[in-house]
Design a protein around this ligand. Structure first.
Ligand SMILES: C[S@@+](CC[C@H](N)C(=O)[O-])C[C@H]1O[C@@H](n2cnc3c(N)ncnc32)[C@H](O)[C@@H]1O
Length: 216
C-alpha cells in the first residue's frame, strides 16, 4: 500500500505536534504579540517549554541570558528555576528590555529576580563571575557568537548547562550548499562545542535547533 504522506511530511507533522505539546498561557501569548510589534522573534513554543524543563531539572539559581528580546525565553527559564533564582539578561535594545519587563511584571515575577542589563554581550559577559552560574542561554545572532560560547562556558559552574538557540540557523545548517555567514558561524560553534572535552553535548531538534551542553 502506498504511504499517504511522505516521510518528510510525517516528520514535520511530528515536529509541529511536539512544538505544541505545552500550550502557552496568555502572558506568553501577549509577549509574542509584543515581539511581532517590535520585529523580535522569541524562542519557539517548544524551545520555551524545553528551557523551563531544563531549568527545573537543574534547580537553576543563577542564570545568564544573551538576547532578552521580549522576555519569552527569560520567563520560561524563571518558571522552571528555583524560587529564589535570579536571571541576568543582556540586550542592547531599550525597547526590547522594556517589553521584557512588561512580560515579567504581568507574570508576577518580583523585580529582584531579574537583572536586566542594557548592553552588548561582548562587553558585559567578561565582567560576570567565572563559575558563578548554573545555566547560560544564548539567543542573539552576532559575529561574536563563538566568543559568547567561550564566555558562557567560563561562567558555568561544573554541572552547569549551556543552551544556544537557533543553533541550526533557521534549518539552513544541515544543507551543505548554504554558506551564509550566520550558517558558517553556527557550524563552527557546533563543531567547537562538540569537540570541547569540558562539555557533554547534544543538538535538540526543537524550534530551529537548540544546542545544549553540560560542563563536566
Ligand atoms: C531573537 S531575539 C531574542 C528573543 C528572546 N530570547 C525571547 O525569547 O523573547 C535576539 C535579541 O538579541 C539582541 N542582541 C543583538 N545583538 C546582541 C548583543 N551583541 N548582545 C546582547 N544582545 C544582543 C537583540 O536586540 C534581540 O533583542
Amino acid at each position: 500500500m502506498r504511504a499517504l504522506t511522505s516521510p518528510q511530511t510525517a516528520k514535520h507533522a511530528s515536529w509541529e505536534y511536539a512544538e505544541q505539546h505545552h500550550a502557552e498561557d496568555h502572558i506568553l501569548e501577549a509577549a509574542r504579540r509584543r515581539g511581532e510589534d517590535l520585529g523580535v522573534t522569541p524562542v519557539s513554543e517548544g524551545v520555551a517549554a524545553t528551557l523551563t524543563v531544563l531549568a527545573a531539572a537543574m534547580g537553576a539559581r543563577g542564570l545568564v541570558e544573551v538576547g532578552t528580546g521580549v522576555g519569552v525565553s527569560g520567563l520560561s527559564l524563571l518558571r522552571g528555576a528555583a524560587p529564589d533564582a535570579v536571571l541576568t539578561s543582556i540586550d542592547p535594545d531599550a525597547d526590547h528590555l522594556q517589553a521584557a519587563r512588561t512580560t515579567f511584571k504581568e507574570s508576577g515575577v518580583p523585580s529582584a529576580r531579574t537583572r536586566l542589563i542594557t548592553g552588548r554581550a561582548e562587553e558585559v559577559l567578561p565582567r560576570l563571575t567565572s563559575g558563578g552560574y548554573c545555566l547560560v542561554h544564548l539567543d542573539a545572532d552576532s559575529p561574536e557568537l563563538d566568543e559568547f560560547v567561550e564566555q558562557g562556558v567560563r561562567l558555568l559552574r561544573p554541572g552547569g548547562l549551556l543552551a544556544v538557540n537557533d543553533a541550526l540557523d533557521h534549518d539552513r545548517l544541515p544543507r551543505p550548499a548554504v554558506r551564509e555567514e550566520s550558517t558558517r558561524r553556527r557550524r563552527a560553534v557546533e563543531r567547537s562545542v562538540r569537540d570541547d572535552e569540558r562539555l557533554v553535548t547534544t543538538m535538540l531538534g526543537t524550534g530551529t535547533g537548540l544546542l545544549v551542553a553540560v560542563k563536566r
